[in-house]
Design a protein around this ligand. Structure first.
Ligand code: B1M
Length: 219
């Protein structure tokens, strides 16, 4: 049924996606598995078809709409599941955004939803966020963590600029910087001087929980 769900999404068949999601839930599959499994790999496949010239922007837009519709059904369950990951002793404040030039928001929003459900406070700055806005948010909200998302190779480079802006303003020591998104890797994160990287929303929650543990031990 996982393959069926992926195929329904790749075929941009909204009704089929919603129906198979219901069936999987009825069969006891978790919302997290559904989102990070077939729905995410379906989006990857759609991206591949776009790269090969079989799909165009219209198909990417439609896929995003179908994904978001499935999320309406899955989000309350995802929250429930993520709340069970709230092992951290300390509730952290996280400022999160997709970097300048990038409007992809599905993955970033998923990360925000799961972090909130795991008990953390999230200030979501949205998409196309520039270095100044990130730095100002660090001053205004005093977060423990600054999280950046990038899906484009071109925009991922901008993450370094944000770190430089924090350094320029003497703010770098105040926050841990976490990065993620399809255009990033652990090596990339290390290279730009970030403190952490996560491949998906569940790993992002685990990483934030680990930082929360460290902070409560240090205090
Ligand atoms: Co775009 N797009 N897109 N697109 N799009 C990609 C990213 C692409 C890989 C497709 C491809 O060619 N294979 C490609 C980028 C190539 C590259 O640079 N390497 C691409 C392109 C080229 C473009 C445009 C330039 C196309 C054009 O206009 N010519 C354009 C750029 C617009 C812009 O941003 N300026 C564009 C536009 C769009 C739409 C607007 C149509 C739409 C987005 C709608 C929306 O987000 N509201 C769209 C879509 C849907 C995609 C694909 C198909 C799917 C993205 C997605 O939502 N995935 C994507 C293909 C792909 O990613 N392989 C593609 C599902 C989501 C759950 O996963 O976002 O990866 P993801 O998030 C994951 C993890 O990455 C991680 O956790 C999430 C959940 O597990 N994560 C973090 C994310 N952020 C994190 C932060 C963290 C930690 C983990 O810590 C802070």
């Amino acid at each position: 049924m996982f393959n069926k769900l992926k195929d329904c999404l790749v075929d941009l068949d909204r009704d089929c996606v919603l129906m198979v999601v219901d069936e999987l839930l009825k069969n006891g599959v978790s919302a997290t598995e559904i989102v990070l499994g077939p729905l995410s790999s379906g989006m990857e496949e759609i991206g591949r078809l776009y790269e090969e010239g079989e799909y165009f922007i219209a198909e990417l837009v439609e896929a995003a709409e179908i994904f978001k519709e499935a999320m309406k059904k899955l989000e309350p369950l995802l929250r429930e599941e993520a709340s069970r990951m709230s092992s951290a002793r300390r509730r952290l404040r996280i400022v999160l955004g997709t970097v300048k030039g990038d409007v992809h928001d599905i993955g970033k929003t998923l990360v925000a939803v799961m972090l909130q459900a795991a008990g953390h406070e999230v200030i979501d700055l949205g998409v196309d966020v520039d270095a100044e806005k990130f730095a100002e948010a660090v001053v205004k909200y005093k977060p423990h963590i600054l999280g950046m998302s990038a899906l484009l190779t071109t925009t991922s480079r901008y993450m370094r600029k944000v770190i430089e802006e924090l350094e320029k303003r003497g703010l770098r020591g105040r926050v841990k910087v976490l990065v993620g998104g399809a255009a990033t890797t652990r090596e990339f994160a290390e290279k730009i001087g970030a403190d952490g990287w996560a491949p998906n929303a569940v790993e992002a929650v685990k990483l934030v929980n680990e930082i929360a543990e460290k902070i409560s031990v240090e205090e």
